[in-house]
Design a protein around this ligand. Structure first.
Ligand SMILES: [Mg+2]
Length: 272
């Protein structure tokens, strides 16, 4: 029951307690015209891969997204650490509202694009130091995006601690950088914007404003958005294990994609 879910939300300390199974969320209580959907990408829609450029989203999931876009009249956005262009590539031909690079860039539902300013010079010097570390350790990967870089150690998990230390050393206390620890990745981000900020910005705009937000994500970088969702009385879904502030949990990307398909079926079966 969605109403029951809200009661749980209001009375629960979101930092304690266990997330309920996603199967206990009755999506019949979600109204297409009153729901805003926000989805992380990696580990949520797409399975994590050895390299960030090896991911894909099943055609059936892209089709479900398209149906959800139609049913909600466009109130579906991607909130991701990736650049917006990556998302356009992996979800083509869909072109959705996107908050990219953990909130550093955003494309609204109306198509307006905004990007936070970044100190390019300082950024380049951090990148230079990290590139030297990566070059010395085969298997590590430095992914560079505008305003952010990500050191991936998925192929060299034993170098996790050394990678984290190298990032701290490369940044060396420089102001204006924020570090995000993800799954087998540590990111350096210029600017303070977060996924939670991006979500809040979308919620000020059409067609999202006034709706019940539903946000799904898999990583520690999604937790601030889960907490923001709790404040604005929305529904948060954690994909996979680990402690979370989310209300609901599902075991992995496959079960979440299946749920999204069921939600699209449910929306399609109603007059919206
Ligand atoms: Mg993710």
């Amino acid at each position: 029951m969605i109403v029951a879910a809200f009661r749980t939300l209001i009375h629960r300390d979101t930092m304690a307690g266990e997330a309920a199974p996603l199967s206990s969320l009755d999506y019949a209580g979600l109204k297409p015209a009153a729901t805003a959907i926000f989805l992380d990408f990696d580990g949520t829609l797409a399975d994590l891969a050895e390299r960030p450029d090896e991911v894909s989203v099943p055609a059936a999931t892209r089709a479900a997204l398209e149906r959800l876009v139609e049913a909600t009249q466009g109130a579906l956005a991607i909130v991701t650490g990736r650049p917006i262009d990556d998302i356009d590539h992996y979800l083509a031909p869909l072109r959705l509202p996107v908050a990219g690079v953990h909130g550093l860039e955003r494309r609204t539902a109306a198509g307006a694009r905004m990007t936070a300013a970044v100190d390019e010079e300082k950024f380049a010097s951090v990148r230079g130091r990290l590139q030297a570390f990566v070059d010395a350790h085969p298997g590590l990967l430095l992914e560079t995006k505008r305003g952010s870089m990500a050191l991936h150690y998925r192929q060299r998990p034993e170098l996790g601690d050394a990678s984290i230390a190298a990032v701290h050393e490369a940044v060396n206390g420089s102001k204006g950088f924020h570090l995000l620890h993800g799954k087998m990745v540590i990111e350096v981000k210029g600017g303070k914007a977060t996924k939670a900020d991006a979500l809040a910005a979308f919620m000020q705009e059409e067609p999202f404003c006034g709706r019940v937000p539903v946000f799904a994500g898999d990583d520690v970088t999604d937790e601030d958005a889960f907490r923001r969702i709790a404040v604005i009385k929305g529904i948060s879904i954690k994909i996979g294990g680990g402690s979370t502030a989310a209300l609901f949990r599902t075991e992995g990307t496959a079960s979440f994609r299946e749920w999204l398909g069921q939600l699209a079926d449910s929306f399609d079966s109603r007059d919206y």
